[in-house]
Design a protein around this ligand. Structure first.
Ligand code: AMP
Length: 416
């Protein structure tokens, strides 16, 4: 594996997998260009060092070629941010001539990789009533044609850079399989490097005390990360909808709060494991409850194991946030994933917004703070704290899998 900062790009064509999967409005205008901006340092590095670029990405979830998902819509913005013209290849599989003609400083953007089923290696267009055998045969066929697809992409370039952390948990043609064609000329881009370094600071070399705040709706979707983190953290704050499954499992009354019947044993197992490992678990104590799942519902504050029928837990109460704050401000490393309340409703977003504010304060005091997951990132951004925490992870699913201890295919392919 090579290092982007020291690699000699002079006269070389670099194929770079980026995450340009940006949101577009109905007029195909970009509504948030964060992901494009994030990739610019990597792209500029290649150009500054005398290389040329072949940029590849997916956009949305097309089932085949479709103008709605064309990367053509983002060319102007890439040109603007990169400060140089960008050529476009209408078909990512037919760009041989354009790639071969690239001169140092030139940039070629390939059309959406997911116009081809081979990018993901999953069959498309199968009849709903297809038999297991037909499904198996279709899968084998696309896996076979995926090899040629990957080889064609690889043939365009002399070196490969993966800078798409958001898809690093996928073993797709452009995110993982292509790396094998560049055994001595493959590397991470700066986005990937930043994400890996930030998560490693929490998982592998944290300054203690290390506190994780895990929120969100369901125990079942966070169990992997909670279990993996229990071996590492000193404190774990558990908030959001999942806390009620814990409280009910402990014998509390949770009214109509979110509840996963089949996760009660898991919740009790987590509490027992935490005790065994000396990890302090902080479940929200007092919560804001509402008489309907509605921003304008009636609300009041109660203990979260004494919620009356007809009411549901919606947010952490100020007294709970105060307890958490004390632990957070004494921490040297903090990881935050998942809102601690129904943060989409302004009346029940106060706990989540307060966490964003506390993390900014902890960062200022010298803690390393990592925020990941769409909702927590949205909260720090909305509150204007995105620049006031140490690192904001851009890869939702990829980050979660990394935190669960899973070796991501996109990382493994570069490292091996
Ligand atoms: P996740 O995707 O698992 O991180 O969950 C995020 C979702 O959890 C958000 O849409 C929140 O509205 C939701 N959530 C957080 N707290 C609660 C709660 N007390 N009751 C219901 N949903 C919640």
């Amino acid at each position: 594996m090579q290092n982007i900062s020291t690699y000699d790009f002079a006269g070389k064509r670099a194929i770079v997998r980026v995450d340009f999967n940006v949101p577009l409005n109905e007029a195909f205008e970009i509504t948030d260009d964060t992901r494009i901006r994030a990739a610019i340092p990597t792209l500029k590095k290649v150009l500054e060092k005398g290389g040329s670029l072949i940029i590849m990405s997916h956009l949305g979830r097309p089932k085949g070629p479709a103008d709605k998902f064309s990367l053509r819509h983002i060319i102007a913005r890439v040109e603007e941010l990169l400060g140089t013209p960008v050529q476009f290849a209408d078909d990512c599989q037919k760009a041989q001539q354009q790639a071969a003609a690239l001169k140092p400083g030139d940039v070629l953007l390939l059309e959406n990789l997911r116009f081809y089923a081979e990018e993901e290696g999953k069959p498309r267009g199968l009849a709903e009533d297809a038999s297991e055998e037909e499904k198996k045969a279709a899968k084998a066929a696309v896996k076979e044609s995926q090899k040629a697809f990957t080889k064609t992409l690889a043939s365009y370039a002399d070196c490969y850079i993966n800078d798409a952390f958001g898809t690093a948990h996928r073993a797709h043609a452009s995110t993982a399989l292509i790396a094998e064609y560049f055994p001595n000329d493959k590397m991470f881009g700066y986005v990937m490097e930043g994400e890996i370094n930030a998560i490693d600071k929490v998982l592998n070399a944290p300054q203690h005390p290390l506190t994780a705040i895990i929120g969100g709706a369901k125990v079942s979707s966070k169990i992997g990360i909670i279990e993996h983190l229990l071996d590492r953290v000193d404190n774990m704050i558990i908030g959001g909808g999942m806390v009620y499954t814990f409280r009910k499992a402990q014998g509390g009354s949770i009214g109509d709060s979110l509840f996963e019947e089949d996760q009660q044993e898991t919740a009790l197992r987590i509490l027992a494991k935490a005790q065994e490992k000396g990890v302090k678990i902080l479940l929200s104590d007092e919560v804001v409850i509402a008489d309907a799942f509605d921003n304008n519902a009636n609300s009041k504050i109660v203990k979260n194991n004494a919620i009356p029928d007809g009411w549901m837990g919606m947010d952490a109460a100020p007294s709970t946030v105060e307890q958490w704050k004390e632990v957070l401000l004494a921490s040297k490393t903090i990881l935050w994933n998942g809102p601690v309340g129904v943060f989409e409703m302004p009346n029940f977003a106060k706990g989540t917004d307060a966490i964003a504010e506390i993390l900014a304060e902890a960062t200022e005091k010298g803690a390393f703070t990592l925020v990941g997951g769409g909702d927590s990132v949205a909260a720090v951004t909305r509150m204007g704290y995105a620049d006031k925490v140490s690192y904001v992870s851009t890869g939702g699913g990829a980050m979660l899998e990394y935190l669960e201890g899973i070796e991501l295919p996109g990382i493994k392919a570069i490292r091996k």
